[in-house]
Design a protein around this ligand. Sequence first.
Ligand code: SF4
Length: 238
Amino acid sequence: MDNKYLFGPVSSRRLGGSLGIDLVPYKTCDLDCIYCECGKTTCLTIERKEYVPVREVFKELQNYLQEKPNLNFITFSGSGEPTLHSEIGRVIGFIKEFYPQYRVAVLTNSTFLHKGEVRKQLKGSDIVIPSLDAVSEEVFNKINRPHAGLVCSDVISGIIKFSREFHGEIWLEIMIVPGLNDTEKELGLLKEVIQEIRPERVQLNTLDRPGTEPWVKAARRTDMERIAAALGGSELIE
Ligand code: SF4
């Protein structure tokens, strides 16, 4: 059977063997990041709903996992924002109830973490990897090009609240975009916020494949090392 909502397993740099779950249609997101490797956001929305039927996702998971595949993680990610799906908590709960041997990771752009219901839905996962590329509204708008209903201060307060409530690990991811969030000022702001979030890990990333905007370039290795040190000892994703 061809899967519509599962992909992989892929060998992830961070997570090892990981089965992906994509809960929203292609490029359905509340951000339109200039570095997005999936291309321009075609459905820019903040509406949370059941974009794909959870019953179908359950069926695909049952079918795939009955063979007891060797996986390090089942990971919510894909080509859009997984927390836009209003039933993500039910899918996490389903995996944990019927396949507790697998660890669950959620990659999120963090924009819905200020909502209590979303924080509650993610609490059954083992690792959450929230992105935060900027602290100032100006840089957030330039890099992440959000839906008009979003502000960066809500994103930050959402991550901080989540970090106080969540019992799993938080690996904060920052995408470095040269010329935008690598200034002394923005790095200083990011460092302050990281100290409030106190994530288990801070991971710095830079462009690996062409992003949405061709002028966005990868940061040089030496700059990444300087930035990692400025942020207080982050890891580089390689
Ligand atoms: S949040 Fe993720 S999926 Fe959405 S535009 Fe940014 S990089 Fe792409």
